[in-house]
Design a protein around this ligand. Structure first.
Ligand code: HEC
Length: 190
């Protein structure tokens, strides 16, 4: 009796630890794939934006952003990888969040309110696709176009934003605020 109990406990511990390590391994795998994709995309976005600002000025960069940001996020998207940026306060309507994205944004907002470290989230959907999420925080340079309407966004920049995005809600942010999330879908290969 006692012996079989030992065996069962041993077996359960074994199975459990196996399952755990497999999950952790999978998480680390998706996390590192997502981390490198977001780093590359962000780097390209940042460089292109800086170039556009220096060549065309801020209002010109807004105009440029309109078409360029989307194409940029497509560079690294393939058939099996989709990269998206979204937010609860969007500027470009094509970035409107879906239910899963809204959920994750809410989780990050709660973590922020509780002063917790915002972590990478990986979720699997019912089709077996992996969804990678990473928070996007506001940095000083972002305030030129996402900061306080009157004091940080200059009138000509503001006019251009209003012209291109009449329903814009992505302003009045402060440095360190949660601006939105990166969402990468790794479609399960058949
Ligand atoms: C030159 C102005 C400008 C600057 C500077 C800028 N943005 Fe934007 N941002 C835009 C415009 C215009 C859009 C809408 C077009 C698009 O989809 O990228 C946008 C869209 C976004 C989106 C997609 C969600 C949405 O609201 O449509 C995120 C996320 C974002 N910006 C984050 C940032 C962050 C973080 C920084 C700083 C590192 C930054 N932006 C700097 C102009 C700017």
């Amino acid at each position: 009796m006692l012996k079989s109990l030992f065996i069962i406990t041993g077996l359960m511990t074994f199975l459990f630890s196996c399952k755990q390590s497999k999950n952790t391994e999978e998480f680390t795998d998706w996390k590192s794939k997502g981390d490198s994709l977001t780093a590359q995309t962000f780097d390209t976005l940042r460089k292109t934006l800086q170039k556009a600002i220096s060549e065309r000025g801020l209002p010109g960069a807004v105009e440029f952003c309109n078409t360029a940001a989307l194409d940029l996020t497509k560079i690294y998207s393939g058939k099996e990888i989709q990269i998206k940026r979204t937010s609860d306060k969007i500027r470009n309507p094509v970035n409107t969040p879906d239910e899963m994205e809204k959920d994750v944004i809410m989780t990050y907002q709660e973590q922020k309110e509780e002063n917790k470290q915002l972590t990478t989230i990986v979720k699997q959907d019912s089709k077996g696709n992996q969804h990678y999420f990473k928070p996007i925080l506001i940095q000083a340079m972002c305030l030129n176009c996402h900061g306080a309407k009157e004091t940080q966004i200059k009138p000509d920049t503001w006019d251009m934003i209003q012209k291109k995005y009449p329903k814009d809600a992505a302003f009045n942010y402060k440095e360190g605020d949660l601006r939105g999330v990166w969402h990468i879908v790794f479609t399960k290969s058949k």
